[in-house]
Design a protein around this ligand. Structure first.
Ligand code: ZN
Length: 544
């Protein structure tokens, strides 16, 4: 996901740090939802929706009841009123309490853990959020699912947390002047009486609820290209179709780039959709929604498109198991977008982007006491959309690439995706894969970049030692606090007659340490990290 605006947030300071940070969501480990079938009826004359959700579920243990998240109708008149919950033609005595729908299991004692059970929930109401019913910038009525982080349950009865992934289908009954987009492959479009149409989309891969959506609007649709028979489509408002089609036509080259870099694209189609969303872009699985104003016919949204396309692998297919590990989505999408720019427009283009990110992380660290990526004290999930999960997470990957080298890094990224595709992971799962792939212990690396609040800064003082024909480099870690960082650092020694500057790699491990580097002639300058591999503020001075 990409925000429209950068918001700097203030967090409270805490010394608490925990490798197995878990968010507050009360998980139901006894059940596994396999599939949601969402039937939704949309109207022109009112914002009321009719919903019928059939879920396929397996029980891992004997339980008396389970619950789904669903926002209950409140005193503003919005929210969902549940009409019935059925199992096997039997009406169940459900309870809808504090936005949770508790469903009793009438066959508790006979639960068969190998069997799949099916329940159907019928409900009606005006969504409080999650399905945004509004007018687009051309004044036309539109419906767009906008679920991040946990707003799916404003309009769908679901377990609204990324740990519980399921396949889904949407069967939408709407006035026939809307075109409906949904996850996965189009199964059916059928005209009904009364100028209405039924549209059925189905996704065969498990998804987190944050990316299960539909969109309904008057769209112009273009099939731009295809990749291994997977259609790449653009869905845009007819009024600006020329500009929007032109911008979205970037998608095939971006998609091919990431398919090469990571793995085969995981879904049945890729539709880039102009929409009315609160975010700049939202990576909904196989139908990405973009802010309607992001498309201007000048292709200024190339990085946005790249970011959302990366999420199809990282975030949608390999999803974080816990909200505090969101960097596994956002850090990956941010970094791989930079890599796309590196390989498409050159290393300098990437470095510029990485430097901007460094400033953002540095500003965040200066204005917030807590700059750990994994920070379980954050309770409001919207506060996770910060420079740590995006830019610091991206920098972590860049530094890991420097630590391991390109070959091992990309081998590891592919192996991590291979292992966790259509599944969930925590940071420690990623660490384990990178350790196995590289044969290196990386505990120190992940600990300092995920769980330490400080950011490293370094003061370097150098002088030439003519009697030894060496350059002496004194390095002092100057960041606030007691933590000592470890990192490899490239030192570039610039001498008058050399064809190219000499680059030596040193390993920083102490608060203060001195290195001596062979140099037959006195250098006129020393540069540190000239290839921009480190999230580091560095000052270099010539000593006496
Ligand atoms: Zn994102």
């Amino acid at each position: 996901m990409q925000k429209r605006f950068i918001i700097f947030l203030i967090f409270s300071f805490s010394l608490f740090s925990c490798a197995l940070a878990q968010d507050d969501y009360l998980r139901q480990n006894e059940i596994d939802i396999l599939h949601y079938s969402f039937k939704i009826t949309l109207e022109d004359s009112q914002d009321l929706i009719l919903g019928e959700t059939t879920l396929k579920i397996k029980f891992k243990d004997k339980v008396k009841a389970f619950y789904l998240d669903l926002v209950k109708k409140n005193n503003t008149g919005k929210g969902m009123a549940v009409q019935s919950v059925m199992y096997d033609n039997q009406n169940l005595a459900f309870q809808h309490h504090q936005d949770r729908l508790f469903i009793p299991i009438p066959f508790e004692k006979e639960i068969d853990t190998s069997k799949t059970y099916s329940f159907t929930v019928r409900y009606v109401g005006i969504p409080t959020d999650g399905l945004v019913i509004s007018k687009n910038k051309f004044g036309e009525r539109t419906f767009f699912g906008d679920n991040w982080p946990n707003r799916a349950h404003c309009w769908l009865p679901v377990i609204d947390h990324p740990y519980e992934k399921a396949t889904c289908e949407f069967i939408v009954n709407a006035p026939d002047h809307y075109r409906i987009i949904g996850n996965g492959a189009l199964q059916k479009q059928e005209d009904l009486s009364g100028n209405r149409r039924l549209t059925h989309w189905s996704c065969a891969e498990v998804l987190p609820t944050k990316v299960m959506v539909i969109g309904a609007a008057r769209f112009s649709v273009e099939v731009v290209d295809s990749l291994r028979n997977i259609p790449i489509e653009s869905w845009v408002y007819p009024q600006n179709e020329k500009a929007a089609f032109y911008d979205f036509a970037l998608a095939p080259k971006i998609l091919r780039f990431f398919e090469e870099k990571i793995a085969p694209y995981p879904y049945e189609k890729l539709a880039n959709v102009q929409s009315t969303t609160r975010y700049g872009g939202m990576e909904n699985a196989s139908n990405i929604f973009y802010d309607e104003n992001a498309l201007n016919g000048k292709r200024t949204c190339e990085d946005l498109i790249a970011h959302e396309i990366v999420h199809q692998w990282f975030g949608n297919s390999a999803s974080e198991a816990d909200w505090h590990h969101l960097w596994l989505s956002e850090g990956f999408a941010t970094y791989l977008t930079h890599v796309y720019f590196e390989e498409t427009y050159g290393r300098e283009s990437m470095q510029k982007r990485m430097e901007e990110d460094l400033s953002r992380v540095s500003y965040f660290a200066k204005t917030n006491k807590d700059a750990r990526i994994i920070n379980p004290t954050i309770k409001d999930l919207n506060n996770l959309l910060n420079a740590l999960n995006y830019q610091k997470g991206s920098w972590l990957l860049h530094m890991l690439r420097f630590q391991l080298g390109d070959d091992l890094f990309w081998k590891g990224i592919k192996a991590y995706y291979q292992k966790y595709q259509f599944s969930n992971a925590l940071s420690e799962d990623f660490q384990k894969v990178m350790e196995e792939t590289s044969g290196q212990k990386l505990d120190w690396f992940f600990k300092q970049w995920l769980y330490e609040s400080a950011l490293p800064s370094l003061k370097i003082t150098w002088k030439y030692l003519p009697e030894k024909k060496k350059t002496q480099i004194e390095c002092s870690q100057t960041q606030a606090g007691d933590f000592i960082f470890q990192y490899p650092l490239e030192i570039e020694i610039q001498t008058p007659n050399a064809k190219a500057p000499k680059i030596e790699k040193i390993q920083i491990t102490q608060k203060t340490e001195v290195f001596e580097i062979n140099s037959s002639t006195p250098p006129f300058a020393i540069k540190a990290d000239s290839n921009h591999w480190l999230l580091l503020e560095v000052e270099v001075k010539k000593g006496n």
